[in-house]
Write a protein that binds this ligand. Structure first.
Ligand code: OSB
Ligand code: MG
Length: 389
């Protein structure tokens, strides 16, 4: 199924500015590849006439989750992508993809510009970003006005501390718990969590920490009624995940391995996973995200939106994607107070008692960047991160 050809009010890109900010996390997140406590974030501010669109680059200081870093992103933006877009008129989202096509890879960097331009197109056409996304393909179901969400819990010093954090999160209203695992922090953890919380919706994320040689060990997780096991094997593998899925009953969900709609088709065809995690930044932005949603929707494959500890800028865009009807499992989109306090944007995202977050219905993303906070978070950059690029 191809995107719908629509007559949108076009926008012409007149100026693009990069903002460097330092965002202290309310709580650090420890994964199998490291710990994140302070996020250096690049934001792009794209101007078209009187309109301003915002995009976030989720590349981290180190190439852990992905090869991109803040430094590579800045280089690719300034030397290649911004020059390719300045002065160009965009009549449909695919124009941005075409204009950036001469740069290979660098999806997190491209996503910042792609999503800022989606934001501009939504504003120029007087529609919510969620509605612009929904109308991009023919969908026979309406979009949601609230997205069901869960929470991601990092690797803790002890199992008891993990149980305490799970209790706290359940008390806050999160109905799906995701735990980060790694070798030595997996089967015993899952067993203990299941003993304590027999009925919660529970899943594990390995961030590529295992190999196929661990298949028998990972099969022990089948005893714990897990919603899924996310990205057990290498970040650049799809094939061996099909070998592992044949040996375990727990559904595998791919995160790092899925960079495009084609990757989704391949993974499904060879049985490498049964669930897809869609992180718009990882696939280069909202245009490819909509294409991936379409593949999953047409194949009835369970889908959810992953998070990269985004500020309100990226989170609002993820929420818009999360409102699409093919997103059938709880997404990693927690309330603002779990990430940043204060955040760069207003209004805050609050968790509803039914473990959902409301999708803004106003034109654009529904959040606005607060200039004084932008300035305050930018002021920290030179002291903390001037050396990384
Ligand atoms: O694998 O899902 C991941 C954060 C940074 C990099 C990778 C991952 C994550 C998360 C964060 O799990 C989830 C969130 O933003 O709520
Ligand atoms: Mg993951």
């Amino acid at each position: 199924m191809q995107p719908v050809e629509r007559n949108l009010n076009p926008i012409t890109i007149e100026a693009i500015r990069i903002h460097k900010v330092v965002m202290p996390l309310v709580e650090p997140l420890r994964t199998s590849f490291g710990i994140e406590a302070i996020r250096p974030v690049l934001l792009v501010e794209v101007r078209a006439g009187a309109l301003v669109g915002w995009g976030e680059c989720t590349a981290a200081a180190e190439p852990g989750y992905c090869y991109e870093t803040v430094g590579t992103a800045h280089h690719i933006l300034t030397k290649f992508l911004i020059p390719a877009l300045l002065g160009q008129t965009i009549t449909r989202p695919e124009d941005t993809t075409r204009l950036m096509a001469e740069v290979r890879g660098h999806p997190l960097t491209k996503a910042a510009l792609d999503s800022a331009i989606w934001d501009l197109l939504a504003q120029a056409n007087g529609v919510a970003l969620a509605d612009l996304l929904w109308g991009h393909y023919v969908l026979d179901a309406p979009r949601r006005d609230r997205v069901t969400v869960g929470v991601s819990i990092g690797i803790q010093p002890t199992i008891d501390e993990t149980l305490a954090i799970i209790s706290k999160r359940l008390g806050q209203g999160y109905r799906r718990i995701k735990l980060k695992i790694k070798p030595g922090w997996d089967v015993e953890l899952a067993a203990e969590v299941r003993r304590t919380f027999p009925d919660i919706m529970l899943m594990l994320d390995a961030n590529s920490a295992y190999t196929l040689a661990d298949a028998a060990h990972l099969a022990k997780l089948d005893a714990f009624n897990l919603l899924m096991l996310e990205q057990p094997l290498a970040h650049d593998d799809i094939y061996e995940h099909s070998k592992l899925q044949a040996q375990i009953a727990t559904p595998i969900c791919l995160d790092e391995s899925i960079l495009s709609a084609n990757d989704v088709r391949l993974a499904l065809e060879i049985g490498a996973c049964r669930i897809i995690n869609l992180k718009p930044p990882r696939v280069g932005g909202l245009t490819e995200a909509a294409a991936i949603h379409q593949v999953c929707y047409e194949h009835g494959v369970p889908l959810w939106i992953g998070g990269m500890l985004e500020t309100g800028v990226g989170r609002a865009q993820n929420l818009a994607v999360g409102s699409l009807p093919g997103v059938t499992l709880p997404s990693d989109l927690s309330a603002t107070n779990r990430y940043y306090d204060p955040d760069l944007t207003e209004p805050r995202f609050e968790l509803n008692p039914d473990s959902t977050i409301d999708v803004p219905a106003v034109a654009g993303t529904g959040v606005t960047v607060q200039p004084e906070r932008l300035a305050a978070f930018a002021a920290e950059w030179d002291a903390l991160f001037s050396g990384i690029m």
